[in-house]
Design a protein around this ligand. Structure first.
Ligand SMILES: Nc1ncnc2c1ncn2[C@@H]1O[C@H](COP(=O)(O)OP(=O)(O)OP(=O)(O)O)[C@@H](O)[C@H]1O
Ligand SMILES: O=C(O)C1=C[C@@H](O)[C@@H](O)[C@H](O)C1
Length: 281
């Protein structure tokens, strides 16, 4: 499948009119380049390297990024890394130390993409689900839902977002449902918000592949995981579509099951481009 037809960057509202900034690649990277990850390069996603003290930590003071269970390396060729570095340098002055919040449905890649973006920009990465687990003292969102309730989880999620909103230079992967509470938008709008919009079909496949146990809103005891996840995601998306559309920008992924998308370079480039246009606006 042609990458250029599968992935496009778009603004959530029609007519916002983002222009391609000078020097940025068109929203298309040759497949050959994507496949050319020959020389592994120092763009590792090591969560332990993104853990420096953060400014204005408020209620989350002293907390460090704990999302990853280990070191995940994403290998780029030297050419690709250079492109990313240059694009990051273009974006940073416009970000002006603001936080970037990634919003989107469960499985849309907020964590995967967020860690890479943080690495590229030299920002710290946080996952709001993990922060809720940390503050509540229960190791999984599923257990928080079980022991307490969804409402309890949402209250804590709002508190986490409030605390994060006083900080700087963070990439935050938000929980899939963080968008449903208007107060959370008050917090997130202190930074930039990007909606990672992935077709439900791709989401259901990804989620079915890893199981639904960690995602309480999708969990079911029996039945085909893909079919059930797809049905539940569809219902959730119907309720949330307008909320996601509050984001400052939308990155839309179509036909994501092409193997090309296992290499996130293209997505990252589009993200950086969206950040550039949004931050500059
Ligand atoms: N572009 C992609 N192509 C294929 N698989 C992907 C892509 N991005 C992420 N994935 C896979 O999809 C799954 C979900 O990704 P990830 O955890 O980053 O999503 P998320 O939005 O943070 O989810 P949640 O909100 O449920 O925590 C993971 O197994 C990840 O490897
Ligand atoms: O979409 C949702 O409502 C959720 C997504 C996850 O990230 C968790 O925040 C939780 O499982 C709820």
């Amino acid at each position: 499948m042609d990458a250029g037809t599968c992935l496009r960057a778009a603004t959530p509202r029609a007519g916002a009119g983002h222009r391609t900034p000078q020097g940025f690649p068109p929203a298309r990277v040759p497949a050959a380049r994507l496949a050319a990850a020959q020389r592994p390069l120092a763009l590792g996603l090591d969560s332990r390297r993104s853990t420096g003290p953060i400014r204005g930590a408020g209620g989350l003071k002293g907390l460090r990024c704990r999302k990853s269970s280990g070191t995940e390396k994403v290998h780029y060729s030297a050419d690709e890394a250079l492109i990313l570095k240059q694009k990051a340098e273009d974006v940073l002055p416009y970000l002006n130390d603001r936080c970037v919040y990634l919003v989107g449905m469960m499985g849309s890649g907020k964590t995967t993409v967020g860690k890479i973006i943080a690495e590229v920009l030299g920002y710290s990465f946080f996952d709001s689900d993990k922060l809720v687990e940390h503050t509540v003292g229960i190791p999984s969102v599923a257990e928080i839902f079980q022991v307490h309730s969804e409402a309890f989880f949402r209250d804590n999620e709002s508190e986490v977002l409030r605390d994060l909103s006083s900080m700087h230079r963070l990439i935050v992967a938000t929980g899939g449902g963080a968008v449903i509470r208007p107060i959370n938008w008050n917090y997130m709008k202190k930074g930039l918000t990007i909606w990672l919009d992935v077709p439900l079909d791709a989401l259901a496949r990804r989620i079915a592949a890893v199981g639904t146990a960690s995602r309480p809103l999708l969990h079911q005891e029996s039945g085909d995981p893909y079919t059930k996840a797809y049905a539940k995601l569809t219902a959730l998306m119907e309720k949330r579509m307008d909320s996601y559309a509050n984001a400052d920008a939308r990155v839309s992924l179509e036909g994501t099951f092409s193997t090309e998308f296992k290499t996130p370079l293209y997505i990252i480039l589009v993200f950086i481009w969206m950040l550039y246009t949004t931050a500059k606006a």
